[in-house]
Design a protein around this ligand. Structure first.
Ligand code: FES
Length: 99
């Protein structure tokens, strides 16, 4: 899918994706980290469980919803990585905050 050209000068950030440490270019998004980790899905649709993965990478499709640092329903493509970030699959439907 996506391949990053090697750049030995680029700064990297270590994050954890589904329990696996991944080195990600500084300034990249959590969704990019998911793709660099080789995951093919990051969530499943709540209606029928269809697997989804980051698609638009610009905050439109919501297919990148993930749990980031323990907080579910984050749009991973809109969250820049930081050292030690924990990224996990989105479990279950997106909660709606009515209050
Ligand atoms: S990849 Fe589409 S909203 Fe994040």
């Amino acid at each position: 899918m996506f391949r990053r050209r090697p750049d030995g000068r680029a700064a990297t950030v270590a994050v954890t994706v589904e329990g696996r440490e991944v080195l990600v270019p500084a300034g990249a998004s959590a969704a990019a980290a998911v793709l660099l980790a080789g995951l093919h899905t990051i969530r499943a649709t709540p209606v029928n469980g269809t697997p989804r993965a980051p698609y638009c990478m610009m905050g439109v499709c919501f297919d990148c919803l993930a749990e980031i640092d323990g907080e579910p329903n984050r749009q991973a493509c809109m969250v820049p990585v930081r050292p030690g970030m924990q990224i996990r699959r989105q479990r279950g439907p997106r909660a709606i905050d009515a209050g």
